[in-house]
Design a protein around this ligand. Sequence first.
Ligand SMILES: Cc1cc2nc3c(=O)[nH]c(=O)nc-3n(C[C@H](O)[C@H](O)[C@H](O)COP(=O)(O)O)c2cc1C
Length: 161
Amino acid sequence: MTITDVIKTRRNIKFFNPQPISESDLISWLETASYAPNHRLNEPWELLFVGPETRAKLNHKTDFGSAPVIIAVLSKPGATSFERDENVMAVSCFVQNFLIAAHEAGVGVYWASLGASAHNREILDVPQDYDVIGVFAIGYPAEVPTAKPRTSITSKITYLS
Ligand SMILES: Cc1cc2nc3c(=O)[nH]c(=O)nc-3n(C[C@H](O)[C@H](O)[C@H](O)COP(=O)(O)O)c2cc1C
């Protein structure tokens, strides 16, 4: 697959096969993700590998589609709100890299935003000044949804003089 194919065929996966994910593969996709752009090379991402007890407490409606692996991705605080925003931007780039690295290997990811709620932040033991970018369920897809069509990009362009 070309990088264009990988980007265009990646989907948010909601149901997974029980087949386990190798931890070394997972680490290699996260390593790849860390080549994301990040200002002053501050690498503002931090990762929580969510174990079964914490996962059960999150009480997700489908238990994350039975995914074998759950991680949460955090963004470190900044000295200013500008830096904090930049950190969130860099971690979003990190996440996209991770999604496409996993997809290239045939592995799907479900992006869930539930980790941002006060209750779930407490369950995940997230420090007060960190942002939760998402909780990610990772595994081999049991179902791949069809792509939702995107708006023509030309309708998003404004030409400035
Ligand atoms: C910041 C962010 C939060 C998201 N949170 C959720 C979520 O809580 N639940 C969910 O089903 N999908 C969530 N998604 C995934 C989107 O719903 C999904 O990417 C979108 O429907 C487009 O589908 P695709 O990724 O398969 O192209 C989230 C995506 C982003 C970028």
